[in-house]
Design a protein around this ligand. Structure first.
Ligand SMILES: NC(=O)c1ccc[n+]([C@@H]2O[C@H](COP(=O)([O-])OP(=O)(O)OC[C@H]3O[C@@H](n4cnc5c(N)ncnc54)[C@H](O)[C@@H]3O)[C@@H](O)[C@H]2O)c1
Length: 263
């Protein structure tokens, strides 16, 4: 797919990995609709920064309030892409939440919250986009899974279960719509610098200072990854661009980890 002039929707696009994806798609020539929880003032102001990043690349950007656990919100998000920017070609179901809790302490409410945003949210995002993509017999969906969607991790059973669901859903949908010209892939990052991961790092280390947490993240992630690199949101954005362009790839779960999935 030639990304130039295409319209992309990125859920959870206000910050973190979603911002990296929005910026990379804009650099590649796409206009971007960000779907996020804009009723939270912090998220709304973060979305403004993503809009600036897209506009700096010379492309159009719109932010739309969307909770991916609502089918109506997801449908309205896709409609906005069509009505405000003129189409829908790329969909990145990136919105997600995470917590680290041992199963013995995990209550049903937290299990359901994480599954609902990560797994059900991916389903609702894709379902809302499909009628548009199928009608034009073209489209690229990239879902955000995780390395924990390929193998489990201690204290992350609920998160891992939600990401295994994303991988299985991605492969199944890819098989279902391949003959219609719509490709469906997902990305499986390990650790990526974002509000989510820096928040967890601060929580677990007791570090309060942002700069100190950021420096520790760089050090720890580079030590952990065989390639000696810290994976940044921009790297995930590059992988999304690659998957959108790669006309022979569908049903792929791509680890983007600087080799950490081999360790
Ligand atoms: N950062 C990592 O190390 C890492 C690793 C593997 C996978 N992931 C996945 O990448 C994705 C992005 O994570 P991130 O690290 O950028 O996190 P983040 O917390 O920095 O950003 C997540 C974004 O999703 C939005 N969001 C959360 N719930 C939502 C909802 N119900 N509706 C709409 N938007 C919602 C948030 O407002 C935020 O803008 C997630 O799916 C996450 O599970 C992250």
């Amino acid at each position: 797919m030639d990304i130039r002039g295409k319209i992309a929707v990125v859920t959870g696009g206000a910050r973190g990995i979603g911002r990296g994806i929005a910026a990379a798609l804009a650099e590649a020539g796409a206009d971007v609709v960000i779907g996020d929880r804009l009723d939270d003032p912090g998220v709304a102001s973060a979305a403004t920064e993503t809009i600036k990043a897209v506009e700096a690349a010379g492309r159009r950007a719109v932010a739309v309030r969307c909770d991916v656990t609502s089918a109506a919100d997801c449908e309205a998000l896709m409609q906005k892409a069509v009505s405000q920017l003129g189409g829908l070609h790329i969909v990145c179901a990136n919105a997600g939440v995470q917590s680290t809790i041992p199963v013995v302490d995990l209550d049903l409410a937290e299990w359901e919250r994480v599954l609902r945003v990560n797994a059900t949210g991916t389903f609702l995002t894709c379902k809302a986009a499909l009628p548009h993509l199928l009608a034009q017999k073209q489209g690229s969906i990239v879902n955000m899974a995780s390395i924990t969607g390929l193998r489990g991790a201690a204290n992350m059973a609920h998160y891992s279960a939600s990401k295994f669901a994303v991988v299985g859903f991605t492969e199944s949908l890819a098989a279902e719509v391949a003959k219609s010209g719509v490709r469906v892939n997902c990305i499986c990052p390990d650790g990526v610098r974002s509000d989510m991961t820096l928040g967890l790092l601060k929580h677990h280390t007791g570090i309060e200072d942002d700069a100190k947490a950021d420096a520790l993240w760089t050090q720890v992630s580079a030590e952990r990854a065989p390639l000696g690199l810290s994976v940044e949101p921009s790297h995930i954005g590059e992988a999304v661009v690659y998957l959108c362009r790669a006309d022979t790839l569908t049903g792929v779960a791509l680890p983007v980890t600087a080799g950490a999935h081999l360790a």
